[in-house]
Design a protein. Structure first.
Length: 350
């Protein structure tokens, strides 16, 4: 437990120190987010290499842990697999890349993790019910899970502090889950990542001084997705409902985005102004109000996931039923014209 505390505190302090340096580098190389696209909500040009500070802090702490002889094999595997995604995001922040690369590179990293044993081999679909998967299906689900969440976190990174705060809430729940299940290796890197996120959040919360950038959002999605596989598995190694519930907010966002774009006949990958945070702004909320409401949603998913970790049949049924009702009600309250829901029907949130 003390090693978790020291590792997380080290990442926290390093990120606080490294973020101004990342901002300076962003200015020097011209890595800016310009308010010249319809989906942007900020009004000023903003540096966007926050992911550099988080990646550097996590890597430096891992090097110290490795030197000290701590159990860091899983941490090293995950960092190696996440590095190509970080580099992809870094190139996108500085020069821009095609959307297809945000599928291909994470898929390659997912295959690497799969080869190292980070994989879906069975599903605990209900308390006491475990379904073994054939190798081909396990491989497909592993890649789909990792690639999907990598891009899902990129989708929610649209307001100051939103993606970082949601990731921190999910990370806190995953840390709790690993402590309960005894996953020391996964728990160690969750603690490091959580410390780095909390160190970066003061710079990123509204009004932000630096953005996370794709170097951060893509990497966070991949790392959290991988940690959810490893850190919340049952004692038999089966992936349970806990993982998708803890990461439910970006998953629901991604599902709604794919559905509405499919209905409208729009491309599935490019960004637009139809995400949850955009719709909350349309309803009259400020950036800070919208982010805090989405934090509350992320907290509900995080707590629900922890409840499911040791839940029996009836508690599982109750939690999933309430979550389902909440998701339908929440999405229904947003003014999505693709679903035939006007702003007037949805009502104004105050």
């Amino acid at each position: 437990m003390l090693s978790f505390l020291f590792a997380g505190s080290g990442a926290f302090l390093l990120t606080i120190l490294l973020t101004p340096l990342a901002k300076w580098i962003a200015v020097r190389v011209g890595a800016f987010d310009h308010p010249n696209e319809a989906r942007r909500v900020h009004q000023t040009t903003m540096p966007r290499l926050g992911g550099v500070a988080i990646y550097a802090a996590v890597t430096l702490v891992w090097c110290v842990l490795a030197w000290s002889g701590a159990a860091v094999m899983e941490v090293g595997q995950l960092l190696l697999a996440a590095t190509p995604i970080f580099v992809l995001g870094l190139v996108d922040d500085v020069r821009g890349v095609g959307e297809r690369w945000k599928l291909l590179v994470p898929a390659g990293s997912a295959l690497l993790l799969y080869a190292w044993g980070w994989r879906v081999t069975a599903l605990a679909i209900w308390p006491g019910v475990v379904v073994e998967l054939p190798a081909w299906l396990g491989l497909g689900l592993t890649v789909l899970w990792l690639v999907g969440l990598t891009n899902a976190f990129n989708l929610i990174d649209g307001l100051d502090g939103l993606a970082v705060g949601v990731a921190a809430l999910a990370g806190a729940a995953l840390l709790g889950g690993t402590l309960l299940t005894g996953g020391r290796g996964a728990g160690l890197i969750v603690a490091v990542l959580l410390g780095a996120l909390l160190g970066f959040l003061p710079y990123n919360f509204y009004p932000a001084r630096i953005f996370l950038g794709d170097s951060g959002s893509l990497m966070l999605g991949f790392v959290l997705a991988a940690l959810a596989l490893r850190g919340t598995a049952t004692e038999a190694g089966a992936v349970s409902l806990v993982a998708p519930v803890i990461l439910g907010q970006p998953l629901v966002e991604a599902a709604v985005t794919l559905l509405r774009r499919g209905i409208a006949g729009q491309p599935l990958l490019p960004g637009d102004r139809g995400h949850f945070h955009h719709k909350l702004l349309e309803l009259g909320l400020s950036q800070r109000q919208a982010v805090l409401r989405l934090y509350a949603v992320g907290l509900v998913f995080a707590v629900s996931g922890l409840m499911l970790l040791k839940a029996g049949t009836w508690l599982t049924l109750g939690v999933l039923l309430l979550l389902g009702i909440g998701i339908v009600w929440g999405v229904r309250a947003l003014p999505y014209e693709e679903f035939g829901w006007s702003r007037e029907k949805s009502g104004k949130v105050s």
